[in-house]
Design a protein around this ligand. Structure first.
Ligand code: FAD
Length: 491
């Protein structure tokens, strides 16, 4: 479980929730939409890893946009701060109220309806509280594909995915969450409803407002609905687990895979041996796809929406030929192609269970960073050296969405070291990793966002101009600073 290095608690603004305000909230959302019991609030105010625990006077669960709007208007008029929340799987503490929060937590979980699927127009319109996996299944029932795919997909919600501009394992082909959206409906911090729920591929009518709210982590408004893009369903899929020479081989294999697959690379995930072993230790039912004399593996998936025709070379045949070529070139040491759905699922389960396994393994540190793809090997070399110089017994378990230049540069504490002791090293390690990232023109947060955890790091690494523009936007939309205050930026 990563050690949370919290910045100092800002004095979170906002008036307290008084008895008359509670009555007014109850009038809007009913008893069904209000949680006041301390025990029942706990899952909402505790972040996914259990490392941060905040508080909220009430958890408010509106059933529709009109109720969200009324709740926000009430809070705005009374200066009450709001923390929006979807599935509460975010890893930066954005959905967790500060311990000093006196306002409400607004959960979108009851707004979970798919409003429309348009297979001909390749779109679907959904409420923000829909679980990601439900949307993938809905698209599949219409012979369509919704590509956003994360380890947390059984519990994260689309409103949270868009608010974090989530990444995942299909970004290299389809882009991250903001690329999957045609339109949004948003409740603004004063309670007004902005209806941008348009299914338009082209719309050059001034500033593209929807992009302001995606990646804003609930600091500019509450996403209540979205029009999402869908794609043709994959019909011919080949998944392989590759033992490779080193990270340089990984990026060269990926570079050649685009052409060899006829542009059908769906995913390319780098796994270290240490990482795979950790999953095998903690996640029951997972099996090692391949053990070779190397520290590095790739999960490579090619998929085509064109069904395989009799006699023609499908994805598997093309992959086999490709792997033979890579073996010959010395980049590949060994490989296994999934022959059954179960084998493919096992490979994916290993990749997607890393966060769960890390939570079970013990205290650790994790950096979600990105650099230009071709510089990934340099980042791994420099980063490992720097961190091991500070704490030689720390246990690295790097992995990453390398097709996006995104490394989850992760470390478990030395065996036997407790959370408090590891925390004493975390500031130095964080600065050292992030300095390397900055020197390589990379990003200190590739896909998880800023939330609470990276506020100080964002302030340290982004330019004054960039931070000033962000603050200007925040103040313009939320002059009372009631919308998820103390997240991303200090004002
Ligand atoms: C096992 C596991 C694997 C993961 N894998 C990935 C991965 O591969 N890629 C990746 O990018 N992330 C990953 N994550 C992180 C997380 O799942 C994503 O950030 C996800 O998009 C968060 O969705 P959520 O519904 O849980 O949002 P929450 O955690 O509830 O909220 C996240 C942020 O969005 C805000 N928010 C939520 N809903 C709304 C709304 N409707 N309107 C406005 N603001 C809102 C919250 O205030 C908060 O700041 C993983 C997490 C876990 C636990």
């Amino acid at each position: 479980m990563p050690v949370a290095v919290l910045p100092t608690d800002p004095s979170v603004p906002g008036a307290p929730v008084t008895a008359p305000i509670l009555d007014a909230l109850r009038k809007i959302v009913g008893d069904k939409g209000l949680i006041l019991d301390e025990h029942d609030k706990q899952p909402f105010v505790t972040e996914w890893r259990g490392a941060l625990v905040g508080q909220a006077a009430a958890v408010v669960r509106p059933a529709n946009t009109a109720e969200v709007s009324e709740v926000v208007k009430l809070c705005h008029d009374n200066g009450i701060a709001i923390v929006p929340q979807g599935g509460n799987t975010g890893l930066m503490g954005g959905a967790t109220p500060w311990p000093t929060h006196r306002g409400i937590l607004l959960s979108l979980g009851r707004m979970n309806h798919v409003l429309n699927v348009d297979p001909v127009g390749y779109s679907m319109t959904v409420e923000a509280g829909c679980i990601l996996e439900t949307l993938q299944e809905t698209a599949a029932r219409h012979d369509r594909f919704f590509p956003l795919s994360l380890g947390s997909q059984g519990s994260c919600m689309i409103g949270g995915n868009l608010s974090t501009n989530a990444g995942g394992v299909q970004v290299l082909r389809y882009g991250n969450a903001r690329n999957l959206v045609l339109g949004l409906e948003v409740v603004l911090p004063n309670g007004d409803v902005w209806d941008g729920l348009r299914a338009l591929k082209k719309d050059n009518t001034g500033y593209d407002l929807k992009h302001l709210f995606m990646g804003a982590e609930g600091t500019l408004g509450i996403i209540t609905k979205a029009v999402l893009k869908v794609w043709p369903a994959p019909k011919d899929v080949c998944t392989a687990w590759l033992a490779i020479r080193d990270p340089q081989a990984a990026i060269e294999i990926l570079s050649e895979a685009y052409v060899a697959s006829d542009d059908n690379v769906g995913s390319c995930e780098l796994m270290s041996r240490a990482c795979t072993d950790m999953v095998l230790r903690h996640i029951s039912g997972t099996q090692d796809p391949l053990k070779a004399d190397t520290a590095w593996y790739l999960l490579l998936e090619w998929s085509s929406s064109r069904p395989r025709l009799d006699g023609s070379a499908g994805m598997s045949e093309k992959m086999e030929q490709f792997l033979a070529d890579q073996l010959e070139a010395g980049r590949l040491l060994d490989a296994v192609i999934a022959q059954t759905e179960a084998q493919s699922r096992n490979m994916w389960r290993i990749r997607e269970s890393v966060a769960e396994a890390a939570r079970a393994e013990g205290p650790g540190l994790s950096y979600d960073v990105s650099v230009a793809i071709s510089r990934i090997p340099e980042l791994i070399d420099k980063g490992l050296k720097a961190v091991l110089d500070i704490l030689p017994t720390i246990r690295p378990y790097p992995l990453g969405h390398i097709g996006d230049g995104n490394l989850h540069f992760s470390f478990m504490g030395p065996k036997g070291m407790d959370r408090e002791t590891l925390t004493q090293y975390s500031a130095a390690i964080t600065r050292s990793v992030n300095d390397i990232i900055a020197s390589m023109a990379g990003s200190i947060s590739a896909e998880h966002g800023i939330g609470i955890e990276k506020i100080d790091e964002l302030a340290h690494y982004r330019s004054k101009i960039e931070l000033d523009v962000m603050r200007t936007i925040k103040r313009a939309l939320d002059p009372k600073n009631i919308m998820n205050p103390g997240k991303i930026l200090r004002l």
